[in-house]
Design a protein around this ligand. Sequence first.
Ligand code: ZN
Length: 179
Amino acid sequence: MAKVIPHFQRFKTAEERFWEKVDKTAGCWVWTATTNKKGYGRFWNGERLVGAHRWAYERYVGPVPEGHMVLHRCDNPPCVRPDHLFLGGAIANAGDMMLKGRLSLCRVGASQFAGVSLHRRTINGRLYEYWRARISINGKPTHIGTFASELEAAAAYDEAAVRHGLQRRANLAEQETST
Ligand SMILES: [Zn+2]
């Protein structure tokens, strides 16, 4: 493992090549190499050019399911900080709605689960949706996270309720125990 390889013989790992192109500020971690027209970073993953933020998500958070896209919480396209990224699912046949800028980022609906709501955002002309979980702690609405599925958001709400010692009926346990 600790075998010393002369520098000129040594190939950098993808991780090394990636992070040397990133300027980590206190907030966003900004891609400093090639970007596309919209400002999204481009990274050579060893086989082809891919979105830098998407690469960071897949490498440090998890896989991106078919039909999903990696979105930015921070609305900063060159940012590759994994905890600023989240998944949204593509919505088919949303062409008309997309053209109305008002829909670009708005709450579109409540969920059957406590603390969960559905949101939408347009990226590169396509509409994506994602679920947000929030919980009220001492009367203050607190952001828990954004999720690709409603169930994940509901589970995160449950987890937050337990973590904060709140006596709430859990979203998912309630389903499992009802007969
Ligand atoms: Zn960011």
